[in-house]
Ligand binder design. Sequence first.
Ligand code: ATP
Ligand code: MG
Length: 334
Amino acid sequence: MIEVKNLFKVFKLDGKDFKALDDVSFNVEKGEIFGVIGLSGAGKSTLVRCINRLEKADGGEVIIDGVSINDLLEEDLRKERKEIGMIFQSFNLFMQKTVYENIAYPLEISKISKDKIKERVEELLKFIDLVEKKNSYPAELSGGQKQRVAIARAIATNPKILLSDEGTSALDPANTGSILSLLKKIVKEYNTTIIMITHQMEVAKDICDRIAVMEKGRIIEENTTRELFRNPKTQVTKSFIKNLKDETEDEIINADDFKGDVFRLSYGDDTYKRPILSRCVKKFDIDLNILSGNINKLNASSVGYLIVEIQGDEGERKKALDFLLENKVNVEVV
Ligand SMILES: Nc1ncnc2c1ncn2[C@@H]1O[C@H](COP(=O)(O)OP(=O)(O)OP(=O)(O)O)[C@@H](O)[C@H]1O
Ligand SMILES: [Mg+2]
């Protein structure tokens, strides 16, 4: 559906070339929610602007449903842009227009009849659950409500793709949750493809099917959300995940304080429901001391972590670890 191939974007910085995008490639399937996470300056917004051609890439291609958007001329580009809805951190609503008029705007410029516009806006107002605010102005809405209106406006013309550039970053956790539910509902009902740009792992983990991690203009890691959590490969990903975890964990665990070996065990849907640890203790002559743990609810699955101390003689400890590995538990030394 969306193919991003070897994308480069270069800016001049103090007379030198600076690669804001450095050979970025990934594919997104129809109906998928694809996350791009990275720290400030990683190149996320630049990537979004190249995907909707607000910015022209200096190399590489963006192909949407088989059509390369790089070479499109004005007329075709305008048509293609209609297939891409955008939402932003700052909502970007028209302050002088009511909720109704904001949502109607893209339909008006698409020259749709007044009756059809009314029908569609009313349908959208129901969809975002803001029927009673249709005559309010943006200044009279909460942040979460503003973003709901911005989303309704973005999907008014039924775009194939929705790009969210930090669409939840200005919202508190409760509003973030309701916006994420709304986005999931859009995918379910309209089979829209969504690219979620965010610097918040708690957002990405909640909604994305797959996540790409960006650093310095490059994608340094990409995986299904579940595998990324189970087996993060880069330091950046690890620190994004770590920031999510129970903060007390690090305070409690100082491996030197324990006489046995301390491990981080991580396990997914297939394993966290089975009593693997208790079987392990029964099977081998070891003692197991649970120091900390939690389960992260991901989009459509869960990943659990436990920090444990394993005591016992070396042979038995080794057998216990092998048993855990055989049972698909990821084991890391703390
Ligand atoms: N028009 C521009 N001219 C020069 N440099 C730019 C321009 N736009 C972006 N940059 C630079 O490119 C890099 C990537 O910027 P970008 O806005 O894509 O980052 P980001 O990942 O979206 O960050 P944030 O999380 O803060 O929004 C930054 O170092 C930025 O200063
Ligand atoms: Mg940005």
